[in-house]
Design a binder for this molecule. Structure first.
Ligand SMILES: [Zn+2]
Ligand SMILES: [Zn+2]
Length: 305
């Protein structure tokens, strides 16, 4: 039996000796080359390991987590032209955190850090059709969320309203940027809409870069299904980060921090205006304090009393 590579060389030689004028016969000579090349690509991952194109793609990505993978590599191991759809299925139905270069760029444009470092490459150089598997663990709730995402994606309203609806339906649970992009119907400005929900509308949408360094790369979390009081809403991400870092991610009243989080007392950090925004207090770091939501409520109750 002739191995795939040798067979290919034979076929290419035949092609090479065909007269250049015979367009159609040259095209026909390339067909077996095409088929053989495809078979060679899929044979790189044996059938005991993966039986379908989708499984081969997954196997390949799992070999190289947090490495930037070109779509052409995926094409080679998948051996089918519909590989992009298989990648999407792996992501949305099977819960593998596969981020595309397009999504990475849209997040980076909104200053969402993708924390390059020892365990994460610099994603700023990703091409739109590159992929990266962010986490080697499958998210088993993904199929459930996928149903919600589809329902919301078809609903009326703008992309921001749909993103908010999706976050609220998943309050307290991290979702991926890819999911938000999907419910926004891939509107390119989805990452900006997420930022506006946080910095203009006062929804506690957190990410690694914005308040929750413990979250995985590429994830967002609506900490609680509650919009901040009007006076606390408009705070720029840059200022929010400055205040949280200054206060070391601790409540300035009781010292609560993420490390002491537990299910019976699921707190989170909010920013409070020392001089209320409504009363002319500035959105500056000097006028802001990190408080846990419990102490924040207490402060406001005392003001009203
Ligand atoms: Zn507190
Ligand atoms: Zn406040």
């Amino acid at each position: 039996m002739i191995s795939g590579a040798k067979q290919l060389i034979t076929l290419l030689k035949e092609f090479d000796t065909a007269p250049p004028s015979q367009l159609r016969s040259r095209v026909k000579l390339l067909i077996p080359v095409w088929d053989e090349l495809r078979a060679l690509g899929t044979s790189l991952i044996p059938g005991e390991v993966a039986v379908s194109a989708r499984e081969r793609i997954l196997h390949y990505l799992r070999q190289y987590p947090r490495e930037i993978i070109s779509h052409k590599e995926i094409m080679v191991v998948a051996g089918i032209s519909e590989w992009a759809r298989r990648v999407r299925e792996l992501r949305v139905q099977f819960g593998w955190s596969i981020m595309s270069g397009t999504t990475a760029r849209e997040m980076l444009a909104e200053e969402e850090s993708l924390a390059s470092g020892a365990t994460m490459p610099d994603c700023s150089g990703m091409k739109p059709e590159d992929y990266i598997l962010l986490d080697e663990h499958q998210d088993r709730d993904a199929a459930y969320r996928w149903n919600i995402a589809n329902e919301i994606r078809r609903s009326r309203g703008g992309s921001k309203a749909r993103i908010l609806e999706y976050l609220r339906r998943n309050a307290g649970k991290p979702v991926t940027g890819e999911e938000l992009r999907y419910v926004a119907q891939n509107a390119a400005e989805w990452a900006r809409r997420v930022r506006e929900l946080r910095t203009e509308d006062g929804w506690p949408v957190r990410s690694r870069q914005n308040g929750r360094p413990d979250l995985p790369n590429g994830s967002y979390l609506l900490e609680e299904d509650r919009q901040a009081p009007v006076h606390d809403r408009r705070i720029e991400d840059r200022v929010r980060r400055e205040v949280l870092v200054r206060d070391r991610y601790r409540c300035c009243d009781c010292g609560w921090s993420r490390e002491t989080w537990n299910v019976d007392d699921p707190r989170y950090l909010e920013l409070h205006h020392v001089e209320h925004h409504a009363a002319g207090g500035a959105n500056s770091a000097e006028n802001l304090l990190s408080l846990c939501n419990v102490c924040h409520d207490v402060r406001h109750r005392n003001v009203r009393a």
